[in-house]
Design a protein around this ligand. Structure first.
Ligand SMILES: [Zn+2]
Length: 68
């Protein structure tokens, strides 16, 4: 599939889907490695490290309530 938006997607600013934070310009590249990347309805979403950790915890507690 031809994706002419590739370049602009690479330049897009990361925004956390959880808290809406944005890494500083000089941290964007690092954030792409450390943030969790996901897809939601075909769109790429990013979750910052802190929210990823909190999501994990809420997922675990949800599992707990399901299992116990
Ligand atoms: Zn966040």
């Amino acid at each position: 599939m031809h994706t002419p938006t590739d370049a602009s997607e690479r330049d897009e600013v990361l925004v956390c889907s959880g808290c809406g934070t944005t890494p500083q310009a000089d941290a964007q590249a690092a954030a792409r490695l450390t943030w969790s990347r996901g897809t939601d309805a075909g769109r790429t979403t990013w979750t910052c490290e802190r929210c990823s950790r909190e999501n994990l915890r809420s997922i675990e507690s949800k599992l707990d309530s399901v299992w116990w």
